[in-house]
Write a protein that binds this ligand. Structure first.
Ligand SMILES: NC(=O)c1ccc[n+]([C@@H]2O[C@H](COP(=O)([O-])OP(=O)(O)OC[C@H]3O[C@@H](n4cnc5c(N)ncnc54)[C@H](O)[C@@H]3O)[C@@H](O)[C@H]2O)c1
Length: 322
């Protein structure tokens, strides 16, 4: 099948591309390369450097490629930027999504999968919550993801387009962008490998649900290719396992030290320091992915420990070569 992945040159999108190729499908990528990288993609994958906000450019891609399925990962994904510039967030995350949805419907795409977020929809929860837990987004980014899900539902009901929203937990792994505010694993791995000081916000007792990127890619592939019981469905994609930032920083310190030692490097990894707490950070966020497990037998295959090892190894290769 021909599958269009918006944001496919990014962290999660490029792993979806890899997973689809392994299954014998033909991915096509649309990405404006604002945070994505061409190098994340295998050479044979067509890359259209197009902004999803530019509907006529996007339309040309649909006309030329006639995709069977669409997987929409493109987004501005900074919560703090969304707070500073809600209209920019809405432009990309709502209007960009609507352009893609309208074109998918006009070109009779068979299914549309959308990257949503469990973290921003459910807010502060101390136990893993399922999809029926009331959504209560507080940031413009959360509001635009929630609006996106409602638009999907509308397109399903009004136009018969099959849609799936995947509500990711905290995704981590190789190719994650360490430059943004998101992705503590990427930021810490890179800084530690350089021997730079890392800062844990506040007391570090912020509980998150970390899910490995290949597990998230597999959830996308299942959602694209398998039948769902309803025309519109939403699924959580996470582990339900709580990890706080102190524990994560400790594991990353020992993994980066091991990696540096194996490479014969004398770089010293400083012990993370505690900085001021970040306003608005949730204390705890965990999601329950039983629905996805029951329907398609999806469960996380990569443990946090192993996933962190793979991520650190990838960041070390980026930094020092093979
Ligand atoms: N990483 C996480 O933990 C996480 C959690 C919940 C939801 N998500 C969602 O998953 C999706 C993928 O995120 P990611 O972590 O891979 O981030 P990413 O920044 O690596 O990927 C986003 C991609 O979209 C592209 N893009 C951005 N704006 C665009 C535009 N206007 N037109 C075309 N392309 C554009 C970027 O260049 C990038 O390649 C996003 O929708 C994000 O909101 C991510």
């Amino acid at each position: 099948m021909k599958i269009l992945i918006t944001g496919g040159a990014g962290f999660i999108g490029s792993h979806i591309v890899d997973a689809l190729i392994t299954k014998g499908h033909s991915p096509i990528v649309v990405d404006n390369l604002s945070s994505g990288r061409k190098e994340n993609l295998p050479e044979q994958v067509p890359l259209y450097v197009v902004d999803v906000c530019d509907k006529s450019a996007l339309q040309k891609v649909f006309e030329k490629e006639k995709p069977d399925l669409v997987c929409h990962q493109a987004a501005q994904m900074s919560v703090s930027l969304s707070v500073k510039q809600p209209s920019f967030d809405a432009q990309v995350n709502i209007l960009g999504l609507l352009n893609t949805l309208e074109l998918a419907q006009e070109h009779q795409v068979q299914k549309f999968v959308f990257a949503s977020s469990g973290g921003v929809l459910y807010g502060n929860v101390t136990q893993p919550v399922a999809e029926d837990y009331p959504a209560n987004p507080i940031s413009p980014y959360g509001i635009s993801k929630w609006a996106g899900e409602r638009y999907l539902q509308f397109f399903s009901q009004e136009h018969g387009l099959k849609t799936v929203a995947l509500r990711y937990a905290n995704v981590f792994g190789p190719r994650q962008n360490p430059h943004g505010e998101a992705g503590v694993v990427a930021i810490f791995s890179q800084r530690m490998l350089r021997g730079e000081q890392t800062k844990v916000n506040g007391d570090g007792k912020y509980i998150r649900d970390y899910v490995y990127v290949e597990d998230v890619a597999r959830a996308n592939v299942l959602s694209l290719l398998e039948d769902a019981p309803q025309i519109h469905a939403a699924f959580n994609v996470g582990t339900g396992r709580p990890t706080d930032v102190n524990e994560l920083a400790e594991q990353l310190k020992s993994l980066t030290e091991k990696e540096l030692k194996n490479r014969g490097s004398s770089i010293h990894v400083p012990t993370p320091e505690h900085g001021p707490a970040r306003a608005g950070d949730l204390r705890s966020n965990l999601i329950d992915a039983s629905r996805l497990q029951e329907l398609w037998d999806w469960s996380p295959q990569v443990t946090l420990e192993h996933g962190l090892e793979l991520a650190v190894n990838w960041f070390a290769t980026e930094e020092f070569g093979n």
